[in-house]
Design a protein around this ligand. Structure first.
Ligand code: NDP
Ligand code: 2IT
Length: 447
């Protein structure tokens, strides 16, 4: 339930941003958590900090024309929402997926403000992308699209202004093409303008692995807080992209058994545990669908088309595909199947009804803002290395990531305690993330 003042603010957000349902959902979740903060800090309400946070500092929408391999012209739409720069340059990924529209970019940008704040590093919040569908496109088509996208985006970004990275549909290959075009247009080798770069041209160790590894570390902390661990536990993961693959890798190192993963065509179950080398070969190298994994794996592994992976019983669930993929019913199924912990690798993968089911059942629920913050945190470490023209070892970088995830976990718990909601990671993450941004905004005057 919303505090009266917050309810008015929320109604205003609905009125000012019609049709942007994912953005409404993301705002509502934060507003539901911060009621108690307003009681303690009337100065936030007096200076309309919340109304200001809900309004992006700048929103850019642009045309992206490109030609496919047959010479046909296509027009896509590009977006960059520069949401909040109180803590540092706007920072957040780019998503290329046909479902992208302003409401998706704004929900992601809004969440990114609080996530980035939680990392404790000097980064503001932003997000961008396009409704371009990379599926089935050749390497040259992808390159031409990235070049056209950057030909407009370059004027809005910079290492001190706005620093994009990857998200769905944007990985190392796309970041390379984007950076190459930025460098060419500006005639500047400005490494810190984008993160997720390849190791041969300014990328950082562990950035590729960071979101998945970080999410596994976060869930390990939640399990530890309950006196248990991943050891021998049955884990189900959705997706089989960047976040999913490196979540699986770290969970296997921590002793968990990942028995299922998915993509938009369906899911695979492999009770002996996913063969990660095979999964990487099929998904990362050959860019094929998960059914090919089941086919090549043979005995024991099977592919289930067009169904939700959440029907597979598990003790730990790690949604790592997309928003709103766990419904209230999925959550009930998971709880009945013995699920004790959920770590959101994806952004907002659990619907509000699902979160309620998990929390009421006493499941340790790690929201995306906290659990998947390792990706952007390691991006900030990449910016740090670029600024000092240095590069750190894999071991050192992974240690930094683990410390950051432990710190986020501890702050979520202590903030939830302080506000009388022990064990509520959603409240802890939203309140802690909000306070740091709000304090910076107060200090900076009316911005
Ligand atoms: P990838 O593009 O590498 O992988 C996405 C995976 O999710 C694919 O398996 C894809 O299947 C599946 N997927 C995507 N959209 C849908 C959909 N609408 N329905 C069903 N399955 C879908 O992206 P990432 O792994 O980078 O991102 C996954 C999630 O993690 C996103 O929510 C992203 O915002 C979040 N995230 C990513 C970070 C990063 O550093 N990359 C950092 C923090 C969060 P298919 O190929 O069939 O579409
Ligand atoms: O959702 C996210 O945090 C990301 N896609 C990563 C953003 C980044 O700037 O590394």
């Amino acid at each position: 339930m919303l505090h009266e003042k917050l309810s008015m603010i929320y109604d205003n957000v609905l009125r000012r941003n019609p049709g942007e349902t994912e953005f409404h959902q993301a705002v509502r979740e934060v507003l539901e958590s911060i009621g108690p903060v307003l009681g303690k800090h009337p100065e936030y309400a007096e200076s309309k900090i919340i109304e200001r946070i809900c309004e992006p500092e700048r929103q850019i929408i642009f045309r992206v024309p490109w030609e496919d391999d047959r010479g046909e012209v296509h027009i896509n739409r590009g977006f960059r929402v520069e949401f909040n720069s109180a803590l540092g340059p706007y920072k957040g990924g780019l998503r290329f997926h046909p479902s992208v529209y302003l409401g998706i970019v704004k929900f992601l940008g809004f969440e990114q403000i609080f996530k980035n704040s939680l990392t404790g590093l000097p980064i503001g919040g932003g997000k961008g992308g396009s409704d371009f569908d990379p599926k089935g496109r050749s390497q040259r088509e992808i390159m031409r699209f990235c070049q056209s996208f950057m030909t407009e985006l370059y004027r809005h970004i910079g290492e001190h202004t706005d620093v994009p990275a990857g998200d769905i549909g944007v990985g190392g290959r796309e970041v390379g093409y984007l950076f190459g075009q930025y460098k060419r247009i500006t005639n500047r080798y400005e490494s810190g303008v984008i993160t997720g770069k390849g190791l041969s041209y300014g990328g950082a160790q562990v950035r590729t692995e960071a979101t998945g590894y970080g999410c596994a570390f976060f869930v390990e902390e939640m399990l530890k807080a309950r006196g248990t661990s991943f050891d021998g536990r049955r884990v189900v993961i959705s997706g089989s992209g960047n976040v999913a693959v490196y979540t699986i890798e770290k969970i296997q190192q921590l002793g968990g058994v990942v028995v299922a993963c998915s993509d938009s065509s369906g899911y695979v179950v492999d009770d002996k545990g996913i063969d990660l080398d095979l999964l990487k070969q099929v998904k990362e190298v050959e860019r094929l669908r998960v059914d090919v994994y089941a086919e090549r794996r043979g005995g024991g592994a099977s592919f289930v088309p067009a169904r939700s992976v959440w029907e597979v019983p598990c003790e730990v669930a790690m949604p790592s595909a997309t928003q709103n993929e766990i419904t209230g019913r999925d959550a009930e199924l998971l709880v009945r199947g013995g699920c004790i912990a959920v770590g959101e690798g994806a952004n907002m993968p659990t619907m509000p009804e699902g979160i309620k089911v998990f929390q009421e059942a006493g499941v340790a629920f790690g929201p995306g803002k906290a659990a998947n913050a390792g990706g952007v945190a390691t991006s900030a470490l990449e910016m740090q290395q670029n600024a000092s023209r240095d590069s750190w070892t894999f071991e050192f970088s992974e240690r930094r990531l683990q410390e950051i995830m432990r710190d986020i976990h501890a702050r979520c718990l202590s903030t939830a305690d302080e506000y009388g909601m022990p064990g509520n990671y959603v409240a802890g993450a939203n309140i802690d993330g909000f306070k740091r941004v709000a304090d910076a905004m107060l200090a900076l005057g009316l911005i």
